[in-house]
Design a protein. Sequence first.
Length: 314
Amino acid sequence: MAEQRKIIIDTDPGQDDAAAIMLAFGSHEELEVLGITTVAGNVPLSLTSRNARIICELCERTDVKVFAGADRPIARALVTAEHVHGKTGLDGPTLPEPTMPLQTQHAVDFIIETLRREPDGAVTLCTLGPLTNIALAFQKAPDIIPRIRELVMMGGGFFEGGNITPAAEFNIYVDPEAADIVVRSGVPVVMMPLDVTHQLLTRKDRVKRMADIGTAPARAMVEMLEFFERFDIEKYGSDGGPLHDPTTVAYLLKPELFKGRNCNVEIEVKSELTVGMTVVDWWHVTDRKRNATVMRHVDADGFFDLLVERFARI
Ligand code: RIB
Ligand code: CA
């Protein structure tokens, strides 16, 4: 067996976050989840920390420790997304309250301590929510940045625009200052923007394949997706909802599913009209530093084949 890739998942679950975590749990040969850190985003921190533990217990992975992080953005009031994810953030299935403990160590300190324990380039960060925890860790301990192999983020949008304002995608919009710190930090960023995730709709045939797996985690995921997708179906008449967060883990498992290019990304933090916008120099019209690999195309069928195959292994 090839050496497992060490990852930390930073998340604001969220049904699509749950799909990403479950994809990682179904890929234990390739991925070692060093820990899950939670952040305020889709719902407040107390709920994202509850939801992360519910997902661990659903997948019988209470060996993975969950650490609570920032309860609000660095410099702004928290904006949440109950309108998409429901009041608990994990609406859909009826799942028991978690009994596994929430770690007492703060998520930012867990990230710093874990990275300091590893050699350079050893750990991959998968970020599924606002980047508050990551930015705070970089501010507190900039020495950890070389320890990071890649930071694979779900966030941003360019040709596809925004989903919380016309210009901004939710994860970046909630904490634009944090995103600005991260993209300027020098950490190798792989960005999965709405340009990719809007190609990954939870069509009925795809959800049916997940239902046919027949296990408790798969059944719960189907109920999560059936709740999560109603927002996009009702609003856009689309054939399902976009499955955002699992793109980060899928990239680690099968990077060939994605196509993009290295370019400069900057974050709008000032303009009230476009705050949170990821300004992507896709056509290289400036000489700004090419600080991110921005993905634009994905093999959607290959992505869902991977999800179904790995969900069945949980
Ligand atoms: O804009 C989509 C992103 O915002 C996803 O990560 C979703 O879970 C929410 O956090
Ligand atoms: Ca998320």
